[in-house]
Design a binder for this molecule. Structure first.
Ligand SMILES: Cc1cc2nc3c(=O)[nH]c(=O)nc-3n(C[C@H](O)[C@H](O)[C@H](O)COP(=O)(O)OP(=O)(O)OC[C@H]3O[C@@H](n4cnc5c(N)ncnc54)[C@H](O)[C@@H]3O)c2cc1C
Ligand code: SF4
Ligand code: SF4
Ligand code: SF4
Length: 378
């Protein structure tokens, strides 16, 4: 049975909890707010299925990609409303056009991020855009399997570890499932996120009504939070405390420091992300407005991409160039050396904004460095 001896070696994908035939595994949050499996030994029948499906015990083999594209949706409103170039939106439409299901991550009423499936475009809005915290898989893998057994068509979007977990969970029963991974920098703690929202809610003396991690009014990556009384918090990522902790590897899950599902190892059919460096290579694309990187990873992925690509302006791209500008395709983010102390202080304080500020202070040299980088590359 699964034993978590080292937190770095569990991504929280919940494949083990989904596969257990006697429901002996439950996912519980630790003090940092990340879910880990816990086995009730009284129920366990020692079938070892949980070990067999774990992508961090038995990592999946890398499969070389087939093709790489830069893409931007032809509908400028869809690009504006999406994190990158709107590929996820079109994939969802493709699922619905085939009378199928779309699985993604959406906030519930208490700002908990949950993975689930929908079968209608009318329900899509809250499943759109990136939320840079870990989503709870719950029993959505089981739901996918039930739908597969009914012969339904499914598009499932998730982080590489979620996709690897689902691929292992489904085994060879995935003919009607399109697995789509987002390129992954790592996932921040959901606990830090909800406490950060609560602190801003206190500051603005109003209830949070909407969160957009990719509010394009201000910058390519900016935090936009709307409040019930009508005010709006809008900060570019380098000026927002949540994003600064995320970017520096302070608030990420431990497994993200040594990811075993990136670098083409998840068995995804398609991989999507931002095409950073787009403007320098392709005059007609601008990553600040939203340009997608699409990596076709399987024949099934190619068939799906071929059937939706007419909705986009596209160009063939060089995979090596894309990887140079987007290190998380192949490599893990380095976790901050201060991560442990940071979480300890977060646990002990009521003033989360003070701790976030303390650990993400910009010093003079960092400011100078980012100024030079901006001047050189913009
Ligand atoms: C945690 C995280 C880290 C990322 N890191 C990078 C990176 O380092 N480099 C890069 O190029 N791109 C990264 N991305 C991907 C990027 O932000 C966009 O999601 C991607 O380019 C798709 O954009 P889109 O316009 O096609 O669709 P969007 O409209 O942005 O749709 C995003 C899709 O992802 C799903 N999703 C949202 N949040 C989560 C989550 N927390 N877990 C699982 N699924 C989720 C949504 O349901 C939706 O279907 C990351 C995404 C996430 C969620
Ligand atoms: S060994 Fe089998 S029964 Fe025991 S926890 Fe794992 S999956 Fe469940
Ligand atoms: S990585 Fe996934 S399958 Fe493995 S122990 Fe963690 S939650 Fe379970
Ligand atoms: S970096 Fe790896 S382990 Fe962390 S969420 Fe992304 S895919 Fe999962």
């Amino acid at each position: 049975m699964i034993k978590i001896l080292n937190k770095q070696s569990c991504s929280g994908c919940a494949a083990c909890a989904n596969i257990c035939p006697v429901d002996a595994i439950q996912m519980f949050p630790d003090r940092e707010g990340f879910l880990y499996p816990s086995v009730n030994a009284d129920f366990c029948i020692e079938c070892n299925e949980c070990v067999r499906v774990c992508p961090f015990i038995i990592p999946r083999d890398p499969v070389p990609p087939i093709a790489t594209f830069i893409a931007e949706h032809k509908d400028a409103i869809i690009v504006q409303q999406s994190s990158s170039g709107g590929v996820a939106y079109q994939l969802a439409c493709h699922a619905f056009q085939n009378s199928g299901w779309f699985f993604g991550a959406a906030f519930d009423v208490s700002w908990k991020l949950m993975h689930d499936g929908i079968s209608s475009l009318a329900d899509l809005e809250k499943y759109r855009r990136s939320k840079y915290i870990q989503s709870e898989i719950g029993f959505s893998f089981r739901k996918v399997k039930e739908l597969v057994n009914e012969g339904q068509f499914i598009v499932f979007i998730g982080t590489p570890c979620q996709i690897a977990g689902l691929a292992s969970f489904l085994g060879n029963k995935r003919n009607t499932v399109v697995l789509v991974e987002v390129i992954c920098h790592g996932v921040a703690s959901p606990l830090i996120f909800t406490r950060y929202l609560a602190a801003l809610s206190d500051k603005y003396k109003s209830i949070v009504e909407g969160v957009n991690f990719r509010d394009k009014e201000k910058a390519a990556v900016a935090m936009g939070i709307t409040f019930k009384k009508g005010e709006k918090y809008l900060r570019a990522a380098n000026n927002d405390l949540f994003f600064r902790a995320f970017g520096r590897g302070l608030s990420l899950r431990k497994s993200c420091g040594d990811c075993l599902a990136n670098n083409f190892r998840s068995s995804a059919d398609l991989e999507i992300g931002d095409f950073w460096g787009a403007k320098r290579k392709f005059k007609e694309f601008d990553e600040n407005k939203g340009a997608s990187l699409v990596i076709v990873r399987s024949k099934k992925g190619k068939a799906v991409w071929d059937s939706i690509s007419s909705a986009f302006r596209i160009n063939v791209a060089d995979l090596e160039y894309a990887c140079e500008n987007n290190p998380n395709i192949k490599d893990s983010t380095m976790l901050s050396k201060e991560r442990g102390q940071f979480f300890l202080e977060i646990d002990q304080t009521r003033d989360i904004l003070r701790v976030l500020r303390k650990y993400t202070k910009r010093n003079y040299f960092m400011a100078l460095y980012s100024y030079i980088v901006r001047k050189l590359f913009r």
